[in-house]
Design a protein around this ligand. Structure first.
Ligand code: AMP
Length: 220
C-alpha cells in the first residue's frame, strides 16, 4: 500500500499514519520527524531546516525532496509506505510521482483528513510530544498517566517549538497557500479520498479504513 496523508497541522496525520502503517505493515515516513531527528543531531540538514521550521515556514522543496528520495530508496519502503507531511507543495508531488515512476510504481490513495481550523489549532496548542520517542499526547483528550512523562518510554514531554499559537497560525497559512492546491492535483488523478477527522482517534481510524476498502493496495 502506497499512501499519502494530507491535512492541516492538527488534523491527526501522525496518529492515523501510525495506525495505517501497522495495518498495512509498511513504514510510516513523516518528513517533520525526519527533520526533527536531524535538528536534534545537529546535522547540516537539520541546521538548514531549523530556521524555516521555527518560523512555521515550509523547508525549501529541493531539501525535502532530496531527503525523501533517500528515505524511499531504503529496502523497507520497497513494498509500500504511509507518507505523513509529504508532499506539501505541487513540485513535491511532481517529484514523488517521478520517484515512483522510476520504479514503475504509483500511489494507491491520498487521504485528506478534514478538521475545522479552530479545532486544529486547539489540538496543536494542547499537544505535548515526548522528547525521547516522539509520541504525542493531548493535555485534555489523551493525557499521559503521569504528568509530563511519556507512558511508553518515560521520556520528558515538551511542547514543540513550532506548536505555539503564533507559529501554528503561520503553519496554517502555509498550508492554505502551498499545500491546499494538492487537493485538486490528486482529485484530478482520481486518488483523493476525504476522511472526516473530528471525534475519537478510533472513529477516524475506522473511517479511514472504510475509505480504503477496495483501493488497489488494500490487501490487509
Ligand atoms: P510536521 O511535523 O509535519 O508538522 O512538520 C514540521 C515542520 O517541518 C513544518 O512546519 C515544516 O517547516 C517542515 N516540513 C515537514 N515536512 C515538510 C515538507 N514536506 N515540505 C516542507 N517543509 C516540511
Amino acid at each position: 500500500m502506497r499512501l499519502v496523508l494530507l491535512g492541516p497541522p492538527g488534523a491527526g496525520k501522525g496518529t492515523q499514519a501510525a495506525q495505517l502503517s501497522r495495518r498495512y505493515s509498511v513504514p510510516h515516513i513523516a518528513t517533520g520527524d525526519l527533520f526533527r531527528d536531524n535538528v536534534s543531531k545537529e546535522t547540516e540538514l537539520g541546521l538548514r531546516a531549523k530556521r524555516y521550521m521555527d518560523r512555521g515556514d515550509l523547508v525549501p522543496d529541493e531539501v525535502v525532496i532530496g531527503m525523501v528520495r533517500q528515505r524511499l530508496a531504503r529496502d523497507d519502503a520497497a513494498d509500500g509506505f504511509v507518507l505523513d507531511g509529504f508532499p506539501r507543495t505541487v513540485p513535491q508531488a511532481e517529484a514523488l510521482e517521478e520517484i515512483l515512476d522510476e520504479r514503475s510504481r504509483s500511489l494507491d490513495a491520498v487521504l485528506r483528513l478534514d478538521v475545522p481550523e479552530d479545532e486544529a489549532v486547539r489540538r496543536i496548542t494542547q499537544r505535548r510530544t515526548c522528547s525521547g520517542c516522539g509520541r504525542n499526547y493531548h493535555l485534555e483528550t489523551a493525557p499521559p498517566d503521569e504528568e509530563g512523562r511519556c507512558d511508553e518510554c518515560g521520556g520528558t514531554l515538551v511542547q514543540r517549538d513550532d506548536d505555539t499559537e503564533e507559529v501554528v497560525r503561520r503553519r496554517l497559512e502555509e498550508y492554505h497557500t502551498k499545500t491546499e492546491p494538492l487537493e485538486a492535483y490528486y482529485r484530478d488523478r482520481g486518488l483523493l479520498r476525504d476522511v472526516e477527522a473530528t471525534g475519537a482517534i478510533e472513529e477516524v481510524a475506522s473511517r479511514a479504513q472504510a475509505v480504503l476498502e477496495g483501493v488497489a493496495g488494500d490487501a490487509a
